[in-house]
Design a protein around this ligand. Sequence first.
Ligand SMILES: [Zn+2]
Length: 439
Amino acid sequence: MNGAPTSEDSDSWVTLAGRNPVGNEDALFAIPLAAALADPSPPNERNAYPFAAARLAQAFLDPARAPDLAVVPTPRHFRPDHGGHLGEHGSLDAVQSRGPLILSGAGVDARGVLPRAARIIDVAPTLARLCGTQLPGRRASGLDELVTPGARHVVALLWDGVNCSDLLDLAGAGELPHVARLLGRGLALAGGVVAEFPSVTLANHTSALTGVGPGVHSILANEFVDRPTNRTVFANDETTWHRACDLLRPGVPTLWELLGASRSTACVNEPVDRGADYSTLALVRGSGSGSGAAGLRHMLPDPRQDRHADQHWVAADAGYAWSAQVDALGLVQMHQLWDEAEPPYLTWWNVVGTDAGHHAGGPYSMQARAAMRDADRRLGELLDVIDARRLSDNTTIMLLSDHGSEATDPACQGSWSEALEHAGVPVRDAGPGFLYFGG
Ligand SMILES: [Zn+2]
């Protein structure tokens, strides 16, 4: 409830009745892949919730936007009113929250897969440190000892919504050869990078690029209520993505603003772009498109001509085809940036097709894996450019996701809202699962 959980230390929490439902905070739960497949999308009593106390406490820090009650859906929960996806994320549990995290190249020792995890709020301080500066008031990052600053270039690749264990398993089996190239010159965390709660896209992109949780940067969820204006904000929408930074709490700097003029920066297809020297979505804002990137689709490459895109899924799924177009344009921009006489010091590339494949097919599906292979082929082209410029030994590369993906069960449905309405409690449900009482 709003105002109750203020401590990030779970030992200080009090269980009012029954057992603590988020008492298991094992960050290495359901690892390796075989363990997740043996008990897919487990119920609460067999599940784990990494950093649960800290992630729940932060969700209530903004009095203007925090919900009165946050519902934590089970991983099986199927939501036909929110897309009806076979793969889902947003929950607090380990697999929905866990994206991969790989560090590679300059300043990174080849250490294979390490039995540990990081948090998405570790990403910004780590990138800041690699760029020779420090986030103000930063907490110690679990990544500090894994990478040494000093490279001439830093590249961060966010593959949206990838299942961590499946990515590492496919790379180990030779099915993602360019992810394997990264691993051959670096390391991965078996426990990956754990999203903040809720484990949804824009909230966690923002956490990755500000170093603070959604309750601090105030882009709380995909949807939330802004109490002072009494409006429901639909934050994660392709028609408004280019305006995402307008929703940031005043005074919360982005990584790009922190670096300022000290380092040249570029962010490709990333909504959290305020302060970057180059930004795709700044170009969208400059275009005057009233519906943002959605209104510019006619300018994107034809996915049927894209040799990196799986043509079966391009033909079968309009969402997959749209994502392939966005990612193809991402690769064009990466070429342009890295063909410059001096490429950016820090380049960030957001890849969206992986999330589309995981949502539509569910994790471990043919479609999710096809999306990862598409992303891997585009990664290979980028790595070839870096190699051709003889910059591989001077470039640190990070690959991460903003959250994980877990299989839903179409038989597992239902809403808390009807019960609350029957009980006579007027409530507004944003998020979904972020409940604001009083209607
Ligand atoms: Zn996402």
